[in-house]
Design a protein around this ligand. Structure first.
Ligand code: THU
Length: 134
C-alpha cells in the first residue's frame, strides 16, 4: 500500500498537542483532502461523552477551508500496534470519500510502527447519503 510520508510526519508532529487530560491517550491526525493537508488532535472534556476525536477535528479543519474530497489519512497514537480510527470516525471519514477503496488510512506510532488499510476495509457495506431518499 502506498504511504504518504508528509501526512505521517504531520500526524506525528501534532500528536503532542492533543488535549487528553482524562484518557492520557494523545492522538494526532492528518488528512489529505482536495490536495491539501489538514491536522487535528483529540480534544477531551470533563463531560466525557463530549470528547472529540482527532480524525473528526481534522475533517472539520478541512471543511472549514472548503476541502471536501478525502484522499488519505494518517493517525498517530502511542499504541502498539498502532491503533485504527474508531467507528464514529470511520463513518465521518466515509462522508467525504467518493470511493472508499482508494482512501488509504495509515496508523503510526512514535516508535516507527505502522499499519495501513483502505477505508473500504475498515468500514465495509457502509451507510451513505446514497441510501437516503432523493
Ligand atoms: N480517540 C481519537 O482521537 N481517535 C480515535 O480514533 C480513537 C479515540 C481519542 C478519543 C479520546 O480522547 C481518547 O482517544 C481515548 O478514547
Amino acid at each position: 500500500m502506498i504511504r504518504d510520508a508528509e501526512l505521517e510526519a504531520r500526524a506525528l508532529a501534532v500528536q503532542s498537542r492533543a488535549y487528553a487530560p482524562y484518557s492520557k491517550f494523545n492522538v494526532g491526525c492528518a488528512v489529505r483532502m482536495s490536495g491539501q493537508v489538514f491536522e487535528g488532535v483529540n480534544v477531551e472534556n470533563a463531560s466525557y461523552p463530549v470528547c472529540v476525536c482527532a480524525e473528526r477535528n481534522a475533517i472539520a479543519a478541512a471543511v472549514l477551508a472548503g476541502a471536501h474530497t478525502l484522499e488519505a489519512v494518517a493517525v498517530c497514537t502511542s499504541a502498539t500496534p498502532p491503533s485504527s480510527p474508531c467507528g464514529a470516525c470511520r463513518q465521518v471519514l466515509a462522508e467525504f470519500a467518493p470511493d472508499p477503496t482508494v482512501v488509504t488510512i495509515t496508523a503510526i506510532n512514535p516508535d516507527g510502527e505502522h499499519r495501513s488499510w483502505t477505508l473500504a476495509e475498515l468500514l465495509p457495506a457502509s451507510f451513505s447519503g446514497r441510501e437516503l431518499p432523493k
